[in-house]
Design a protein around this ligand. Structure first.
Ligand code: IPE
Ligand code: IPE
Ligand code: MG
Length: 238
């Protein structure tokens, strides 16, 4: 299905259910993450095909450090492995990467940091799809940091409420990212899990039961149709 009406400019996805996908097949949770790669690359192709210019995916949250060492180690390995194997292909497709989250964290292996920085540089002139990869991302931390940065830039000045409202976004890591139009969460959980709290104040929410590794074009088409049928009123009466 094509996105003719082109109302969807920015799709954000909480890619959930990898662990359950694997466990239900008698596999290790880490196999579920590996299986999710296919769904991610399909979603990238689908977004390009449908002229959706921004895609933000939640790959690793600041809370995900609480998982077993084995799983965290695997997720770190997997992140660099995907970038090493596929960044050329994504670059050729015109994907521009931004890594959203705290990359300065000591818990992230140096090789991962290096690859993420390199990938941002490699793809920075691309225009087909802006892919924001939320990695070691937590929305509360993002908001606290933006407030601290705003405050530090304006020492000795009492800020009015409207000045904070008008300026806060400029102190986010990537001020140029528009707010998502649609947030999709897979795997049946109906919560936000510290993702883009400030940015989704008027975002449409869709929750589906499908586990992330099972998500394909057909499912994404249905989600897009649901979005295009929604009436976004922003507080107005129609
Ligand atoms: C989402 O799948 C991927 C990450 C959080 C990295 P999960 O690993 O949360 O899968 P479930 O929710 O346990 O099934
Ligand atoms: C959110 O999923 C984080 C990612 C998809 C990366 P989780 O599975 O970690 O979230 P909770 O634990 O269900 O809230
Ligand atoms: Mg989960």
């Amino acid at each position: 299905m094509s996105n003719n009406k082109n109302k969807l400019k920015h799709l954000a996805i909480i890619m959930d259910g990898n662990g359950r996908w694997a466990i239900s097949r008698g596999l290790e949770r880490t196999n579920g993450h590996a299986a999710g790669e296919h769904a991610l690359s399909n979603a990238i192709d689908w977004a390009i095909k449908n002229k959706i210019s921004w895609l933000t995916v939640y790959a690793f949250s600041t809370e995900n450090w609480l998982r077993s060492k084995k799983e965290v180690d695997y997720l770190m390995f997997f992140n660099r492995d995907i970038l090493l194997r596929r960044r050329k292909e994504f670059n050729d497709k015109g994907v521009k990467f931004r890594f959203l989250g705290d990359l300065s964290d000591n818990k992230i292996p140096e090789e991962n940091k290096k690859l993420m920085i390199e990938t941002e540089l490699l793809t920075k002139l691309n225009k087909k799809l802006n892919l924001n990869f939320a990695f070691n991302y937590g929305s509360k931390t993002e908001i606290h940091e933006a407030i601290a940065n705003l405050h530090n830039k304006n020492l000795n000045k009492k800020l009015e409420k409207y000045e904070i409202e008008n300026n806060l976004k400029n102190y986010f890591q990537f001020p140029e990212i528009p707010d998502p139009d649609l947030l999709l969460r897979t795997a049946g959980e109906k919560r936000i899990s510290n993702f883009l709290l400030y940015q989704i104040s008027y975002t449409e929410l869709v929750f589906i039961e499908d586990l992330w590794p099972d998500v394909n074009e057909k499912i994404l088409d249905k989600v897009l149709l649901e979005f295009n049928n929604r009436n976004r009123t922003y507080g107005r009466n129609k």
